[in-house]
Design a protein around this ligand. Structure first.
Ligand code: MLT
Length: 249
């Protein structure tokens, strides 16, 4: 196993297609952009207890092993960032660098945990359309909602096609995830932290603070982007990641 690659880890409730603009420009690098367990068309175990950050990370490591990939640059968005932290704990020697997009190191507050339960109930009783309805105004920046109807449509469709069991499982995994703040100061590899300037879920100021706690981190803000910068402002996002990858690759 000698190959190296970029592993793109999607957020919630999305699937690998959220990276389509990045896959277009990263042709110089070997890229792996899987659907997490329970997302997209992958199998969705019915039991929410089968979902955890540790289990997602183990699945991804198994995928890297299967593909003969020894060393990776991790690129995780939001929940994908929580999984990136888990991979930094599980397989630190295989991580060459990391890109943390629109994410945070803190665990859920008690209020956030209650919100996970409410959203899981919405998914179960009203389905994914209701989940999308609730999340669209939170995940997309104002500029995107007002001026990019095609992006709103794409994100809505992506959310609506996710299996309910996968949504409920991911909510359980996020609710139970460990706090990764103590890990930040121990990260040995170069890190790029990318924030949308209009991200309501993981505001840019918090991400800048997180970057400040990582020994070798750069911080970039993407203008006119909410929580889904890779889809909302792909050009600016791609410039940030390709410049970083050229340095660490
Ligand atoms: C995500 O985009 O993965 C979610 O917003 C993360 C979260 O809800 O904590």
């Amino acid at each position: 196993m000698t190959k190296s690659a970029v592993l793109l880890i999607h957020g919630f409730p999305f699937d690998h297609s959220m990276w389509r603009h990045q896959l277009d420009v990263l042709s110089r690098w070997e890229c792996v952009a899987p659907n997490l367990c329970g997302a997209g068309v992958s199998d969705a175990p019915a039991d929410p207890d089968e979902y955890s950050m540790a289990a997602y990370a183990r699945d991804l490591t198994a995928l890297l092993d299967e593909q003969g990939i020894e060393s990776v640059v991790l690129c995780g968005l939001s929940m994908g960032g929580y999984i990136t932290f888990e991979l930094l704990r599980q397989i630190p020697a295989r991580v060459r660098a990391a890109i943390l997009c629109d994410t945070k190191s803190a665990a859920d507050t008690p209020e956030a945990k209650r919100g996970r339960g409410v959203l899981a109930e919405t998914a179960r009783s009203l389905g994914t359309r209701a989940v999308a309805e609730e999340l669209i105004p939170k995940v997309l920046g104002r500029e995107t909602r007002e001026r990019q109807p095609h992006v709103v449509r794409e994100v809505r469709q992506m959310m609506e096609r996710q299996p309910v069991a996968g949504i409920v499982g991911a909510l359980r995994a996020m609710r139970e995830r460990p706090d990764s703040t103590a890990l930040l100061g121990r990260i040995q590899v170069p890190v790029l932290v990318i924030a949308g300037d209009d991200d309501q879920i993981t505001p840019a100021a918090g991400m800048q603070e997180m970057a400040g706690a990582i020994p070798n981190a750069e911080f970039v803000v993407i203008p006119d982007a909410g929580h889904l910068a890779p889809l909302e402002q792909p050009r600016a996002f791609n410039t940030a990641i390709t410049e970083f990858l050229a340095k660490v690759g």
